[in-house]
Design a protein around this ligand. Structure first.
Ligand code: FAD
Length: 342
């Protein structure tokens, strides 16, 4: 083995531990951070290393206890006024400072607006790789992080390794990983760092934050526990009232396939799948949806999947817990009226 390779191996061996970036806005943590804490816990146990939570913000000390409840062994905190609101420049400095000082082998972030922005900037600065939108994380026999994600338009699942650089960085979309149990508080080590950074060093100012007001059509499909989804089989926008009625009966929401969204039958935020939302409801009812891989990657981890399709060969039946081969225009109203009777 040549000297250069040995040097690289030594460098890689000098990185240790699994980190999860705890995303927060005004002190409110993003649920995906706890989902990742669950995955990170598993990875850390496999490797036999600690799981650390990284909290950056202002007045965010309370999040340390939450991080311990969700499985962290230790917490790194940078709590300064300059971090009160997310800005790439400031958070980049903080994250890179911590990574260069403490050298984690794995860094996980949510594939949210903030996580996607920060992860890309950090990976570039510390000269490492980044796998975005992972759907699976595991450790291989050589202790590398196996990062699995859909590729080629969802037609294959690719497992990506970052063998020659550290840290290994990945983002994961909300709801892809299950939320772990929030356990009794067992506090661990808290490492507080302060950076010599203030407003004058940052060239970005947040002038105003305009909150999304929601509205009649704004439905949180990603967070719903019961989803009735419609596809091209619905034939027309007018027919979606059938799904609305069923969803209403069980306190759920209506989602759909990309075909339904492209046809203008549903607003884009209701799309489930690779280029839409990833969902993990208790019950997912797919009506007139064929089950293309790009749709399946967004809903296949639902607890119970009920598929209604008149084509018994439709791929949706391969992931379905219960399948009904039939005409949705008969099955859905029958289901709704049965539920009304109950
Ligand atoms: P179809 O495939 O046309 O299926 C309609 C189904 O309805 C058929 O199985 C048919 O048997 C059934 N049917 C018809 N009439 C009835 C009836 N009366 N009763 C019962 N069943 C009936 N798709 C997504 O959904 N989400 C994504 O995020 C997404 N991202 C994509 C990203 C890329 C890069 C690409 C290339 C594609 C993506 N797609 C996505 C599109 C995907 O490949 C499929 O084209 C799409 O999911 C098909 O939608 P569908 O099942 O509604 O329509």
């Amino acid at each position: 083995v040549d000297e250069e390779e040995l040097e690289r191996q030594r460098l890689i061996a000098s990185y240790s531990g699994v980190w999860v970036f705890i995303e927060q806005t005004e002190g409110e943590p993003a649920r995906v951070s706890w989902e990742l804490s669950g995955s990170g816990r598993g990875l850390a146990d496999t490797l036999g290393v600690p799981l650390s939570a990284v909290i950056i913000g202002h007045d965010v000390g309370h999040l340390a206890d939450e991080a311990f409840r969700y499985g962290a062994d230790q917490v790194y905190i940078i709590d300064q006024e300059v971090y009160a609101r997310y800005r790439t420049e400031a958070y980049l400095e903080a994250m890179c400072y911590l990574i260069e000082k403490y050298r984690p082998e794995i860094v996980l972030m949510g594939a949210t607006g903030m996580g996607r922005d920060l992860a890309g900037a950090v990976a570039t600065r510390v000269k490492t790789g980044l796998t975005a939108d992972c759907t699976g994380l595991d450790i291989d026999a050589r202790r590398n992080l196996m990062q699995t994600r859909p590729a080629f338009g969802g037609n294959i699942m690719a497992t990506i390794l970052c063998e020659r650089c550290r840290p290994q960085m990945a983002t994961v979309r909300p709801h892809v990983m299950p939320l772990p149990e929030r356990k009794e508080l067992k506090p661990g080590k808290v490492i507080v760092e302060t950076l010599p950074l203030n407003e004058a060093d940052i060239f970005t100012r947040v002038l105003e934050i305009i909150k999304d007001k929601g509205g009649k059509d704004k439905v949180d499909v990603a967070g719903a526990e019961f989803i009735v989804s419609g596809g091209r089989g619905l034939m027309a926008k007018e027919n979606f009232y059938l799904l609305e009625e069923l969803a209403e009966e069980v306190g759920g929401v209506v989602g759909g396939s990309r075909s339904a969204v492209d046809a203008g039958w549903l607003p884009p935020e209701r799309q489930v799948g690779q280029t839409g939302k990833t969902v993990r409801p208790k019950i997912y009812i797919a009506c007139g949806i064929s089950g293309a891989i790009q749709h399946l990657v967004g809903m296949q981890d639902s607890d119970v999947i009920i598929a209604i399709n008149r084509d018994r060969e439709a791929p949706i039946f391969e992931v379905a817990t219960f399948g009904i081969v039939g005409d949705l225009f008969q099955v859905v109203p029958a289901l709704t009226s049965k539920l009304r009777e109950m």
